[in-house]
Ligand binder design. Structure first.
Ligand code: UN1
Length: 476
């Protein structure tokens, strides 16, 4: 049993939660302590008590701690990557890659701790100076989803610590092992007690407590739209800051002049890798009339070659769906799509493997219209749709006809089309001849419309959320 970290102490809970391997339901990764309300309060209390001390540390001290975390993550990438794949189900290579990304995030924000921005101006009043400084927000809540068990915690916790905030961290209960390992590494890297607290438990207990406590000055959340709305409401009611990353229904437009191989590669990776369980997944493939049939044919060919299996097997391209609930949701959408008249040209079958797991064959619907539910709602599984567009103009209209705006891509060899779609796509992230998913660690991440709310995550833009601005007028 692995415990929660509160005020520098590893504390057990009244209950535990089992971390089960979705590739092999007989394999329990570990049991984890579940925090109750009093423990969440204690974690908030500890983060509050630790806040002034941590805010007062020098940039060099914060740099040193974050860099140590980054280095240990890098050294242990294989071990932690396999643990991640075991608990979440993404193939080993992607698990290891994700741990390396977490390492890079910590190293990046180690550097950012050294260059917290500020400004010095002369006042409009003679003899007065103006200093504009950024101060830590204070205690922040970090609520993370199950699909990136270490990278998303890293990209919230690393900037929080770099900019001098203290943290109460609630990871997804389905994948606590990666979160626990990250916190354990941080604790050993020299963080003072209470600066980072881990409270594993359900949203209705742990999350709610954090949302309603006035000492928590902001919450950075990635997860579903419904929960995001709840977070936003609770925080708005007490004027605390919210940073929300939610769903996507990301279009990938394939124009007649696209390089077919690149387009198929982008679609297969973007739609099906990591079992389609990414908010940046290319779930709506919009192909213009002149390339549509060839694109579908080649994509189906590629799908046939994808090996679905145990996340830790060497030859697996696509791992299992994360849970029984998620699998049920995916299967429901397959039924919904068929009912709406979409044609399933490949996949959608539950697959038997040596171990009992949630294996689902990647599925492709064609002949879909943008009005169908399978084109409006985020499925979050290995299911993509194809919409036929008459020309680039219609493709752009279809791409933008969605409530979401996280990521959007276009495949084209025309510079003019590339420029037009880069400017015209309504999304926080736009890609040209690249998958809509799989982003860099040193530049901003986030969306428009109903995908995101609050300031951007990652890169130097992360400073906006984790700090407040103080304007000091000084007459020497
Ligand atoms: C990526 O595509 O590399 O939950 C990152 C998600 C996103 C992260 C995607 N917040 O899928």
């Amino acid at each position: 049993m692995r415990a929660n970290l509160i005020a520098g102490e590893w504390v057990e809970g009244a209950a535990t939660v089992a971390d089960v391997n979705p590739s092999d339901l007989s394999d329990v990764v570990e049991e984890f302590a579940v925090a109750d309300e009093a423990q969440v309060d204690a974690a908030i209390e500890a983060a509050t008590a630790a806040a002034p001390g941590w805010a007062a540390t020098s940039p060099a001290e914060r740099f040193a701690v974050l860099e140590r975390v980054g280095l240990e993550l890098e050294t242990r990438a294989t071990e932690l990557g396999e643990q991640l794949s075991r608990e979440e189900g993404k193939p080993k290579g992607e698990g290891v890659g994700e741990v390396l990304r977490a390492s890079q995030l910590f190293k990046f924000f180690a550097g950012e701790a050294l260059r917290v921005p500020g400004e010095h101006l002369r006042s409009v009043r003679p003899g007065v100076d103006v200093d504009i400084v950024r101060e830590p927000l204070g205690v922040v809540g970090v609520i993370t989803p199950w699909n990136f068990p270490i990278a998303i915690p890293a990209w919230k916790i690393a900037p929080a610590l770099a900019y001098g905030c203290t943290v109460v961290f609630k990871p997804a209960e389905m994948v606590p092992a990666s979160a626990w390992s990250l916190v354990e590494i941080c604790a050993r890297a020299g963080l003072p007690d209470g600066v980072l607290n881990l409270v594993i438990g359900p949203g209705r207990v742990v999350g709610e407590r954090m949302l309603n406590d006035p000492r928590v000055r902001g919450v950075s959340f990635t997860g579903s739209q419904a929960t995001g709305a709840r977070v936003a409401q609770a925080l708005a009611a007490r004027f605390a800051k919210a940073q929300l990353e939610m769903g996507g229904k990301n279009p990938l437009v394939v124009l007649d002049d696209a390089d077919l191989e690149i387009a198929v590669d982008c679609a297969a990776q973007g739609a099906f890798f990591q079992t389609g369980q990414r908010c940046t997944a290319s779930s709506r493939l919009i192909a213009s009339a002149g390339i549509h049939d060839r694109f579908v044919e080649e994509l189906v060919e590629r799908m046939r070659s994808l090996r679905v299996g145990h996340a830790l097997a060497d030859d697996t391209d696509v791992g299992p769906v994360v849970s029984a609930d998620q699998l049920e949701q995916d299967l429901d959408y397959l039924t919904v799509g068929r009912g709406e008249g979409a044609e399933l040209v490949h996949g959608g079958a539950r697959l038997e493997r040596e171990t009992e797991g949630y294996f689902l064959e990647p599925a492709l619907f064609v002949g879909t219209s943008n009005e169908m539910r399978v084109n409006r709602e985020e499925i979050f599984g290995p299911i993509a749709t194809v919409i036929r567009a008459t020309d680039p103009d219609e493709a752009l209209v279809l791409a933008n006809d969605t409530e979401f705006g996280l990521s959007a891509g276009v495949c084209t060899t025309s510079l003019a089309h590339a420029a037009r779609f880069r400017d015209g796509l309504q999304a926080g992230i736009v890609t040209v001849n690249l998958p809509t998913a799989g982003v860099d660690f040193h530049v901003p991440f986030g969306g428009t419309k109903a995908s995101s709310s609050g300031s951007r995550e990652q890169g130097r833009y992360a400073v906006e959320f984790f700090t407040t601005v103080k304007t000091a007028y000084v007459r020497p």
